[in-house]
Design a binder for this molecule. Structure first.
Ligand code: ZN
Ligand code: ZN
Length: 247
């Protein structure tokens, strides 16, 4: 029961990140883009480390190499298809090359948040520390993700308030995913065995295909060094979280 409450708390936190668009009312665009740039690097590192040092090792404890890595690839392919189809994207600085994809984006966003929720639910059932680390990785990548969603909706013609509202509603699917993930995994033993490597594949896709290319778009030596440092810090953050005590 304690684990379940933790899981719900974590997924509500993730849902609230969908309101990140509020910061576009408060912060200047330039400051926001600098913060976002560092955060994208940090988040990419955390996702890579989260996949390779957190989710995959856990999955390997319970099943064979072939099984686990096949599902990692499947997770990667799933996210690839989803991005192609629903035009999920992390756009920022107000630049998104979208057309009439607003509603498709809402559907894609709901599915994305739902899968994030599933992963949170399953992770907290494994144990609270495992769940917290997984949630941190998800929270970090949701910041650029949700800011991108908000940008897409505003670009697609929504008012800022309407965009915030719809983005929040779609983000609530995370809580639903958490409840379902937790309950299913509690009753069906094999569920986490394939969900963890699938999620790892998704993490790798988002880091390598969404976030890192965003970093490369910004030229200059200073930007290159700061993005690399942010990336390495993201990896270090997960390493640190893994070795801290707790079970
Ligand atoms: Zn996500
Ligand atoms: Zn969203």
């Amino acid at each position: 029961m304690v684990n379940f409450i933790w899981a719900i708390g974590a997924s509500i936190t993730v849902s609230l990140i969908s309101l990140i668009g509020i910061f576009t009312f408060i912060f200047k665009e330039k400051l926001l883009s600098i913060i976002l740039f560092i955060l994208i690097g940090f988040s990419a590192g955390a996702l890579i480390a989260g996949a390779f040092l957190h989710l995959i090792p856990e999955a390997l404890e319970n099943s064979s190499n072939n099984f686990v890595f096949t599902f990692v690839i499947m997770g990667f392919v799933f996210f690839f298809i989803m991005e192609r189809y629903f035009h999920w994207r992390h756009c920022h600085e107000g630049v998104c090359d979208i057309h009439a994809f607003t509603y498709l984006n809402l559907i894609g966003d709901s599915i994305h948040n739902f899968t994030d929720g599933l992963v949170i639910g399953v992770s907290f059932l494994i144990n609270v520390k495992f769940g917290i680390i997984t949630s941190l990785v998800i929270i970090l990548h949701e910041i650029p993700q949700e800011l991108g969603d908000f940008g897409v909706l505003v670009y697609g013609g929504f008012t800022k308030l309407k965009a915030l509202y719809f983005n929040f509603i779609t983000a609530l699917t995370c809580v639903l995913g958490t409840i379902i993930g937790y309950l299913v995994s509690e009753n069906i033993k094999g569920f986490s065995v394939f969900l963890m490597p699938l999620a790892a594949g998704g993490f790798i896709y988002i880091a390598a295909c969404d976030l890192v290319p965003e970093l490369h778009k910004q030229p200059g030596l200073k930007k290159s060094i700061s993005s690399l440092l942010a990336f390495l810090c993201g990896i270090g953050f997960i390493l640190l979280a893994r070795i801290l005590p707790g079970h």
